[in-house]
Design a binder for this molecule. Structure first.
Ligand SMILES: Cc1cc2nc3c(=O)[nH]c(=O)nc-3n(C[C@H](O)[C@H](O)[C@H](O)COP(=O)(O)O)c2cc1C
Length: 326
């Protein structure tokens, strides 16, 4: 039977299957169910800096309501007190690593709250940097500098491993990855999936719209993980489009250390993890591999016979194959 143990951000995980940040990881009950289903680690929902300015009001409200960590839901406006309570309860209750997630605004905010999450016992911290620049005067390098400044500042304030959850919208992800490593990142989560606002043609309003992903969306993280594998001393997590065991295997082959799931777990429930885990172990056994480490990066850009398959050269081939099929 294959040994699924995996290292991610320097942490020992029992499997490469990680529950990414979502409402499912925002309650102790949800976290326990994910652990019971076999999650190698869990990432809590992001603590948003906007919530923290309301902090004293929330602490009062929480105390007044008599809520315990069990009832408290963390993230999405629940406030800092609830978040820290959940993190502390999760750390005493679970035996798998608990990764906190932070979404800051100001440099001071990122730094202060990273330090608090570390003190509350987080095994690692995921920096969910969500920055949309709509200013024509701001260059791509200025945007990149903001990311590097956040990572560098948090690095100085916290000693725990840091992962940066990126968007795919960079001109040179490989260069950016190298700079993030230099700034102190230990891991990259590729990618966050930002929700694009929709337009309602009846009310003529801009409306928020949240749709779960599909496996097809794995292609984007797959390409970049394959390109980045082995280039920097950094852990790589695949996020977006990991639904079935094939997706997990593809992520490993491209070079991911772990495969993260949200949409699949929201759609099928936490027990989906145990099925995927059993299927992964079965696949490794059938193919004669003893562990995920033996397949990791086998199809990364540095390992394949045709590295151009991940670059522009493949573009014409793909278009031509479509025409032939049509
Ligand atoms: C309802 C919902 C809430 C989410 N909340 C967060 C969050 O707080 N922080 C974060 O970094 N990502 C958040 N995500 C993004 C997921 O962690 C994940 O990166 C994304 O859904 C892509 O993975 P998937 O294809 O497995 O769903 C959320 C996703 C969903 C669907």
């Amino acid at each position: 039977m294959a040994d699924l143990r995996t290292r991610y951000l320097g942490l020992e995980l029992r499997s490469p299957l990680v529950a990414s940040s979502s409402p499912l990881t925002g309650t102790l009950d949800g976290l326990k169910r994910l652990e019971a289903a076999g999650a190698g680690a869990v990432v809590l929902p992001s603590l948003f800096e906007e919530d923290l300015t309301e902090e004293s009001r929330e602490v009062d409200a929480l105390l007044a309501s008599g809520a315990t960590g069990d009832e408290a839901r963390a993230g999405y406006g629940a406030g800092a007190a609830a978040y820290l309570a959940l993190l502390e309860r999760a750390k005493t209750t679970l035996s798998i690593p608990v990764i906190a997630s932070l979404n800051g605004v100001s440099r001071g905010g990122w730094v202060r709250h990273a330090a608090r999450l570390e003190q509350a016992g987080a095994d690692a911290l995921e920096l969910n940097i969500y920055y949309v620049s709509s200013s024509p005067g701001q260059s791509g390098s200025e945007v990149e500098w903001r990311y590097l400044d956040i990572v560098g500042s948090v690095r100085q304030a916290a000693d725990i491993p840091l992962a940066v959850k990126l968007s795919p919208y960079f001109s040179s992800i490989t260069n950016m990855a190298g700079q993030l490593v230099e700034a102190g990142a230990n891991g990259l989560v590729l990618f966050n999936r930002f929700y694009q606002p929709d337009l309602d043609v009846e009310t003529l309003e801009v409306v928020p719209s949240l749709e779960l992903s599909t496996s097809t969306e794995l292609r984007l993280p797959l390409r970049w993980i394959a390109i980045l594998h082995g280039r920097h001393r950094i852990s790589l997590a695949a996020s977006t489009g990991v639904h079935a065991v094939e997706d997990v295997i593809k992520a490993l082959l491209a070079g991911a250390d772990v495969a993260m799931m949200t949409s699949a777990l929201l759609r099928h429930g936490p027990d989906h993890l145990s099925q995927v885990e059993a299927q992964l172990a079965g696949w490794l056994d059938r193919h004669g591999y003893g562990s995920p480490g033996e397949v990791r990066g086998k199809l990364s850009q540095r390992s394949v016979r045709d590295p151009a398959a991940f670059e522009r050269a493949n573009y014409l081939k793909v278009l031509a194959s479509h025409r032939e099929r049509g």
